[in-house]
Design a protein around this ligand. Structure first.
Ligand code: FE
Length: 229
């Protein structure tokens, strides 16, 4: 059998990967498919979809940075790098970043540390490329806990896991509307049991009680872009 839900049990981190192109334009995106593959010398594998705007930047410059996101990273920050395209906006505007020794930008906002890699090998996987990188720089910025993809999915995104620390049972919310609403733009699910703590929305707040100014914490779409799940 193939239970595709099982694949969600595989653990990943959550990262902002940044690079620069020949024209000096910088861009970054949210990645989770990154792993160390060798220890001596340290070598890493980063998987990037070819449709990703940053993919060609990495091909052109042969260098990328990887910012390891903190567990305290707001959804809006992940949405900024994950659900907006660098074709339309400058993602680095109003974001805290530094330039590494070899010129690639490094996002330090919400990061616990970062790596800078030069690409030493590429593997063509059809829809994706695996970039194999060496270690040029590695810096620890603070002692916050790194975000995991599972935490992002189950806790930050507010899906239905009863294991999530913010989960509140239906019994506790008796009498309150429990319908979940889905963002038609990015797929974020508003779950009243979880609320949207990043935006000051307490658990137990039904969708129709959200203020009109509330927007999707991931992509910034308005309430009118939501439909019942
Ligand atoms: Fe959205």
């Amino acid at each position: 059998m193939k239970d595709y839900e099982t694949l969600f049990l595989i653990n990943y981190g959550l990262y902002v990967v940044s690079s620069i192109n020949k024209a000096g334009k910088v861009n970054g995106f949210i990645a989770n498919a990154f792993t160390q593959v060798n220890s001596d010398p340290p070598t890493f594998a980063l998987v990037v979809n070819k449709n990703n705007f940053t993919h060609n930047f990495i091909e052109e410059s042969g260098v990328f940075s990887l910012s390891i996101l903190s567990i305290n990273t707001p959804l809006s920050f992940i949405g900024h790098f994950g659900f907006k395209s660098g074709k339309e906006i400058d993602k680095f505007l109003n974001i805290k970043y530094i330039n590494s020794e070899n010129g690639v930008p490094v996002v330090i906002e919400n990061a616990v540390g970062y790596l800078v890699s030069n690409v030493i090998k590429k593997v063509d996987m059809g829809s994706h490329t695996i970039f194999i990188g060496d270690l040029q720089e590695s810096v620890t910025l603070n002692d916050e806990e790194p975000m995991t993809y599972l935490y992002y999915r189950r806790v930050k995104k507010g899906t239905t896991s009863k294991n999530a620390p913010t989960y509140i049972s239906k019994e506790k919310l008796e009498g309150k509307k429990m319908e979940k609403y889905v963002c038609k733009v990015c797929g974020y699910v508003y779950d009243p049991a979880v609320g949207d703590p990043d935006s000051g929305i307490n658990p137990g707040t039904p969708f129709d009680k959200l203020p009109d100014s509330w927007v999707c914490p991931i992509c910034g779409a308005g309430k009118d872009q939501f439909e019942k799940e």
